[in-house]
Every structure is written in C-alpha cells, then in structure tokens.
Design a protein around this ligand. Structure first.
Ligand code: SAH
Length: 362
C-alpha cells in the first residue's frame, strides 16, 4: 500500500463525547455508539460479525468505517516461561511497531509504541538509530492496549485469565512528540467503561525524554498518569550527547517541569537511568544525582543497559551498579533496578522491528 496514505479514522480516534454524532454521520442511530464502545472497550471484540445485538446490515458498515482493522499481528515471541510476550504489528501501510506484554504475580503490564521509529536520536537506543517513520494515530496506539487486554482476558499467557492492569508508554517513540493522539489514547485507556478501558491513570506511565512544553501541557489535561523522565545522567554535558534534546531543555528545566507535574497531580515521578559502563555510572555522577533528587518527589529506576547491535557500550559492572544504588539510598532517594524481562527477545528497545525492517530492505 502507498506509504503516504493516511491511517483510516477509527472509533477510538474520536473523543467519547463526539462519538454519537460521529456515527450518525454513517447513518447509524446515536445509541449505537454506546454499544460499539461496549463491544470494543469492555469485551475487546472488534468483529461486528459476532455482535448479536447489531442488525446484519450495520455490521459491515461498522467493520469497514467505524472499527477498521488497524494492526495485524506479524509474529509473537515469548520468553520467561511465556510470561513475557512481544508482539510485532503491521500497520495499514506496512509500517511495523511492537508491544510487549508482561505478566507478574500481581499485575499484567503492556509496553506500547506511540510512534513508528523515533526522532529523538538517543545513541544507546535501537529505535533512535533508524529515525522517525511516522506518528501513530490514537486508535493505532489504543489497539495495542486492547489486544493486550484481550490476551489477558482470554488467558493467553500462562496462569489463566487475568486483567490488564498497567500500561507503559515505553515502546517505540517519544510520546510527547505525538501529543494529541497520545492524549486521546490515554483517555481511551483511562476512561471508565464503556467509553474506555477503565484502567486507572496512576497505572499508566508515560515515559519521555523531557519535552518540557509537553510535560507542562499534560498537567492541565486532568489525566494524572505517572510521569517517567529519561534522565540518564545528572550533568548537561553528557546528557547533551545521551539525550540530544537536552541541548534544547536542560536537566534543570526538565526537573522543574517534572516537579510542577508532581505538585499539580500529587504523583511521584520516575527518573529513568540506563546504567552504561564507564559512561554514566561513576561515583561522582551518583553523588550529583543524589544531591539533585534528595528533596524531590522522585523515584529512580536504574536500567541495566540493553546493548544494541554494534554498540560500543555495555551494561555497568554489578559492583558499580550496587555502589550507584547505595549512594542514592544514602541520600534518601528511592531507587530500584529494573528487571530485565524480555532481554532475550530484544524486548526493551525496538530491536525486533528494526531487525524486521533490515530484513525487508536486504
Ligand atoms: N521516548 C521515551 C520512551 C521510550 S523508551 C523515552 O525516552 O523516555 C523507554 C525507556 O527505555 C527510556 O528511558 C529509554 O531511554 C530506555 N532505553 C532505550 N534504549 C535502551 C537500552 N538500549 N537499554 C536500556 N534502556 C534503554
């Protein structure tokens, strides 16, 4: 299909309060909007052919115009005894994105993509290397969550049926660089049924490189999702290279925006920090980070670097990681080391899609 062709509009692109009017544009009665919402967001059923409460004549129309199929599964890969599953999706124009579903004893989390590729160009991230292909629509983002909710409800992962409890915007893309579709997808995820999936805003984490204007805008939207800031180093000199948007918004400005977010929403935010051996894991950087964060409502999530193919960087030595944790703890800064779920299926950073694209081009 033509790459420039626009993504078809979908029910999930439309704000809940406009859906009745929108479907009337297809000569469907307004009350059908609630039924469609219930099928999609409560039962994760997007196949009108199976809807017994819908007249046969309307089913085809809904299937093509209201709920067009936006994502098609190319392949799933599982690891961790089936408790982690990575799905590779093809979009209507052939573009590939991925999501990762992780089941734990007490929760199930899906990590979703907000863009195909990414324009932020962080040198340690596989997604960043290929640049931005395009933004995803709200419905393309939402569809990844609906698919995960369905997989949980169907008991597709070991241990029986469960409820999808958490959503993290930590797949491909910079969510705040695709602001409006991401916000609409958050509304779809957090709105109570039938208008949305009914997942609490605090169970949704938006991870950003630190686009200050986006963080500030998000404060006023009334969707208090958990904010995660990819800091990766406390000093501007190194951050200018690790997270190049730092040349636009400095560490101080990013933290000030996160503080404001936290003040207004009452939510503690996360600082993400990928520990890279001999690059950002020195004692003095741990100390500087501790001093920066000790009086802030922040929690540090250390991520052992997942090396990308051909990268000269690797994860920190375990003893350096331990020392880093200890320094932060001494400052009273809450810190955890992220588990490395999905490593053997390149679940952390866009590598499967990248691999698939390079195969397609070779
Ligand atoms: N663009 C957003 C969200 C996507 S990535 C952001 O940057 O926050 C989610 C997290 O994974 C970010 O903190 C990102 O820096 C981190 N990450 C990317 N590549 C990584 C790698 N190779 N190893 C460890 N963490 C990585």
């Amino acid at each position: 299909m033509n790459k420039r062709e626009k993504t078809p509009q979908h029910f999930a692109d439309i704000p809940a309060n406009e859906r009745r009017e929108w479907i009337q544009g297809f000569d469907l009665p307004a009350f059908r909007a609630n039924q469609i919402a219930t099928h999609y967001f409560t039962h994760y059923n997007e196949d009108p052919a199976t809807w017994s409460d819908f007249p046969g004549s309307a089913r085809e129309l809904v299937a093509t115009k209201v709920l067009p199929k936006l994502i098609t599964l190319v392949r799933s890969i599982a690891c961790d005894g089936g408790m982690t599953r990575k799905d590779l999706w093809r979009l209507h124009d052939g573009v590939l994105v991925e999501s990762v579903l992780m089941k734990y004893t007490d929760r199930a989390t899906v990590c979703i993509s907000s863009q195909a590729g990414c324009g932020m160009n962080c040198p340690f991230c596989a997604t960043g290397q290929a640049g931005l292909t395009r933004n995803l629509s709200a419905a393309e983002i939402t569809a990844q969550v609906v698919a995960a909710a369905r997989a949980c409800a169907n008991g597709d992962l070991p241990g029986g049926a469960t409820r999808l409890s958490n959503v993290v915007f930590m797949g491909m893309g910079e969510p705040l660089a695709n602001y409006n579709p991401v916000l609409q997808s958050i509304r779809n995820i957090t709105s109570p049924q039938p208008d949305g999936l009914g997942i609490g805003a605090r169970s949704v984490t938006l991870s950003t490189v630190g686009l200050v204007t986006g963080i500030e805008k998000l404060i006023d939207e009334g969707v208090p999702v958990t904010l995660a800031v990819s800091l990766h180093t406390p000093d501007d000199e190194l951050r200018d290279t690790l997270v190049p948007i730092n040349t636009r918004w400095k560490v101080k400005e990013v933290l000030a925006a996160a503080d404001k977010y936290s003040d207004k929403t009452g939510r503690r935010y996360s600082i993400e920090y990928a520990l890279i051996k001999d690059v950002n894991d020195q004692a003095w950087r741990a100390d500087l980070l501790g001093r920066l964060l000790k009086n802030r409502n922040a929690h540090v999530n250390l991520i052992p670097l997942n090396p990308t193919p051909g990268s000269k960087w690797t994860a920190s030595r375990k003893e350096d990681e331990r020392a880093f944790v200890k320094t932060l703890e001494d400052y009273g800064v809450p810190v955890t080391v992220r588990d490395t779920r999905g490593r053997e299926i390149e679940g952390a950073c866009g590598q499967l899609a990248a691999l698939e694209i390079s195969k397609a081009n070779s």
